[in-house]
Design a protein around this ligand. Structure first.
Ligand code: ADP
Ligand code: ASP
Ligand code: MG
Length: 478
């Protein structure tokens, strides 16, 4: 059995949607499948905007909701035939009405809770999934919508809920037991529910996670993630022109590059699969013949990963002290603040902490989302009010608009000159590195640069370290 997931980019236009329907048609002839689907590309962003406007009492939310409605009806009219069309129109109208009612509710309310937000931003998946069921039925296939709210059980951390695997695995087994091979289950990604039955979401791009959770619970042979690129590439092709694909990766490597900005896969997706040793393959729905990237258990000796990633909209905060006396106490108090905000690792607004200590100087730095940095700084200033007044802490410096560039080079390609070459190429091009840190080993490094230099820095590093591969690619093209 295969779990096959399609992202929003794979169904972004009617033509792309039809392409996905054809892929599913071929797949279900080969094997038993479960389909997981995201919202149509851009719709979740629009829903978030609508929530924002409604909560600000700005009528623009109505325009956005109207646009969402017209996009889905346009798809519906082009994808779905009578007599199925009638049924799907009823379902889509019901979801759209729910959207308007909920947004109106927010408009009248004074405080928008994360719970309200999740119940609205999850609607994009309900819309696209019902369109897919209709489109599959229109070509004579038997498809049925399976609402993941009924079997992905989470805590109540709205916006980025944590899965209760014990309950979820049981519920998935029950929900998918005895399903006839002729029926294609279509499951909404991204969505779950807490113990009280409130809708929760798993985090932006979380549909990959839904597919992995279902794949692991049902011990699928493989989980296929269909997106718009030939698997994991050496960098984001939207930033670097001459990227090349990485054929095979280990679960840990994928989790790490995803946590450090490779948007192609949701970082947490690796956990359930790794536990069950279920392979994942990342494929291109625009180029279905390509083999993509296979993710499975792999020894680190044979690692041939070569990837540069980046994350932006970050701030670098540096707390400086004249001498190292009592530094540990300061570090502990700072950690308490960061852990209160759950900023323990850099994933969707988390934090990386770095300290450097000499006898005469102590600096502790952390990197955090620019969105929340002001609030955090105020808390840090309150905590260290005495130390700041009495100059025990000389200053707190904040550098906004920075990006983290992370370099991943597997054992096969490690070379003692790599790090020197990275620094040389950046310095030759007058790109200042504000901070650099090792991740798990000396060779695994990340650099903090000004955001305006993000794209140039990635291109320079990619070119410098992966030059051979790029030459090979160019020779093949010529
Ligand atoms: P989907 O809608 O299928 O979930 P996403 O937009 O979430 O697609 O992820 C695919 C995108 O990830 C690609 O279009 C690409 O721009 C981006 N990306 C970032 N880094 C990488 C990388 N190293 N390899 C491949 N794609 C990457
Ligand atoms: N639709 C959701 C998002 O845009 C989930 C996903 O695409 O995986 O974040
Ligand atoms: Mg995605």
């Amino acid at each position: 059995m295969k779990v096959i997931k399609f992202g929003g980019t794979s169904i972004g236009t009617v033509e792309r949607f039809i392409n996905v329907v054809n892929i599913i048609k071929n797949k279900c002839e080969e094997d038993k499948i479960i389909v997981v689907l995201s919202a149509i590309g851009g719709i979740t962003d629009e829903l978030i905007n609508a929530v924002y406007y409604a909560s600000e009492k700005n009528n623009n939310y109505l325009k956005i909701a109207e646009k969402i409605k017209s996009v889905h009806f346009d798809f519906l009219n082009k994808l779905i035939r009578e007599p199925i069309k009638e049924q799907i129109i009823t379902v889509i109208e019901k979801i759209i009405t729910e959207l308007f009612i909920k947004l109106q509710g927010l408009y009248q309310k004074n405080n928008v809770s994360p719970k309200d937000k999740d119940s609205i931003i999850s609607l994009g998946e309900y819309l696209s999934n019902n369109l897919l069921v209709g489109a599959l039925k229109s070509i004579g296939l038997e498809a049925k919508f399976f609402d993941s709210k009924n079997f992905i059980r989470t805590d109540s951390t709205f916006g980025e809920a944590n899965v209760n695997f014990h309950l979820t695995n049981k519920l998935i087994a029950e929900s998918f037991r005895d399903i006839d091979r002729t029926i294609i289950p279509v499951v909404n990604g991204f969505v779950g529910s807490d113990e009280q039955g409130n809708v929760t979401t798993l985090g932006r791009s979380g549909s990959d996670y839904t597919a992995a959770i279902i794949g692991a619970a049902l011990k699928a042979d493989i989980v296929e993630i269909w997106t718009d690129v030939n698997g994991v590439l050496s960098a984001d092709p939207k930033i670097v022109e001459n990227t090349f694909p990485i054929k095979e990766l280990d679960y840990n490597e994928v989790a790490e590059i995803a946590s450090f900005g490779a948007k192609v896969i949701f970082p947490k997706s690796m956990e359930p699969l790794q536990k069950q040793n279920i392979p994942m393959v990342i494929l291109n729905s625009f180029n279905p013949k390509d083999k993509g990237t296979v993710v499975r258990n792999k020894s680190s000796e044979s690692s041939d990963i070569r990837v540069v990633t980046s994350m932006k909209n970050l701030s670098l905060v540096m707390l400086e002290k004249q001498n190292s006396k009592e530094s540990l106490g300061i570090l502990i108090r700072l950690l308490k603040i960061l852990s209160k905000h759950k900023l323990t690792y850099l994933l969707n607004g988390g934090t990386i902490l770095q300290q450097s200590m000499g006898i005469h100087h102590f600096v502790v730095s952390f990197i955090t989302s620019s969105l929340t940095v002001e609030k955090l700084i105020k808390e840090v200033q309150n905590e260290f009010e005495y130390e700041l007044k009495s100059s025990i802490i000389s200053k707190i410096r904040v550098l906004n608009n920075v990006a983290i560039i992370s370099v991943f080079v597997g054992n096969k390609y490690r070379h003692s000159t790599n790090i020197r070459r990275i620094f040389e190429t950046l310095s030759n091009n007058k790109i200042k590195v504000h901070l650099f840190f090792h991740r798990s080993s000396i060779e695994d490094i990340s650099l903090v640069v000004d955001q305006k230099n993000e794209e140039a820095a990635i291109n320079l590093i990619h070119n410098e370290l992966f030059f051979e591969e790029i030459k090979k690619l160019e020779a093949n093209v010529a």
